[in-house]
Design a protein around this ligand. Structure first.
Ligand SMILES: Nc1ncnc2c1ncn2[C@@H]1O[C@H](COP(=O)(O)OP(=O)(O)OP(=O)(O)O)[C@@H](O)[C@H]1O
Length: 275
């Protein structure tokens, strides 16, 4: 028996922990076909995924396997070729405020302040709230991400890390049912990346929004998630395996790194990616 098999046997029972929370998000037989000049390209085929209310999922897989395609279909920004996506048992049709997205680059309006940038979405999602209620929602989340003193600065005056903090505040301020994060820290230096992972976890811990995050970083996937989903390589990609991460919450980076099971989880994921 080689090391991988041993690790599989040790880890599998932990994946069997029963979770009685209802499903928030379900992908059924999800297929995505892109037409290309050389014919149809089936990126995802018959993908099945169930995510519980309040669960934090990380999605890892090789470059080009279809992670962003999956996320953009859940966001309603990319057509579904076959199958369906349900949020709280209702089939989604296009984008909606119940699903907020944080992209790698937050695409803020540079001439508007951080507060004004967050307000744009809040005005659309809460049209009946008073002006001060809308402002309070934005200020609350901007403070939560550490921009309490910088919310009146124009986006063009903010560092990349600060802009991504605005992106996170903007997503949470919409009070979505599902938060979709597509490599949100991919462009940041490792120190800022760690800081924003902590910020994200802190706000998520309070709000318990169902979250799906695409990442290339195995350590990030473990630190943040309740469950890491491993996608097979495309074409015809789907979910190849999954790993439950039962570390207690709230999580502390040092405790997670020192946990006796940490390197077992890490090598399980690395083995998947390397085979
Ligand atoms: N609009 C499109 N038309 C045709 N092919 C596309 C289109 N968008 C993506 N693809 C292809 O679909 C595949 C999956 O792309 P996707 O961006 O979803 O992968 P990914 O896993 O997120 O990649 P990465 O990790 O590098 O960001 C790739 O082969 C890509 O070239």
């Amino acid at each position: 028996m080689d090391i991988i098999e041993k690790e599989n046997i040790k880890l599998k029972p932990k994946n069997g922990i029963s979770d009685t929370r209802p499903d928030r998000l379900v992908c059924q037989d999800l297929t995505k076909i892109y037409p290309t000049p050389n014919g149809d390209y089936t990126v995802l085929a018959d993908l099945e995924l169930r995510v519980k209310q309040g669960e934090f999922i990380s999605i890892i897989g090789h470059s080009g396997c279809g992670k962003s395609t999956l996320l953009s279909m859940i966001a309603g920004l990319n057509d579904i070729s076959a199958g369906k996506i349900l949020v709280d048992d209702e089939v989604i049709r296009g984008a909606g405020p119940d699903r907020a997205v944080v992209f790698q680059s937050p695409s803020l309006f540079p001439w508007l302040t951080a507060l004004q940038n967050v307000l744009i979405g809040v005005k659309q999602v809460f049209p009946h709230a008073t002006k001060s209620q809308k402002q309070d929602i934005c200020k609350y989340y901007l403070s939560k991400v550490g921009l309490g003193n910088d919310m009146h600065k124009r986006a063009s005056e903010l560092s990349q890390g600060m802009q991504q903090r605005v992106g996170i505040a903007r997503a949470f301020a919409l009070k979505p049912k599902v938060l979709l994060l597509d490599e949100p820290f991919g462009m940041l230096d490792s120190l800022t990346r760690g800081e924003l992972q902590d910020v994200l976890l802190e706000v998520w811990q309070k709000e318990k929004i169902t979250a799906l995050m695409v990442t290339h970083d195995v350590d990030e996937s473990i630190f943040l998630a309740d469950r890491v989903i491993m996608m097979t390589s495309g074409p015809f990609a789907s979910i190849g395996d999954e790993l439950a991460i039962p570390f207690e919450r709230p999580r502390d980076r040092v405790h997670v790194l020192e946990h006796p099971d940490y390197y077992e989880y890490r090598s399980y994921l690395m083995n998947f990616l390397n085979h």
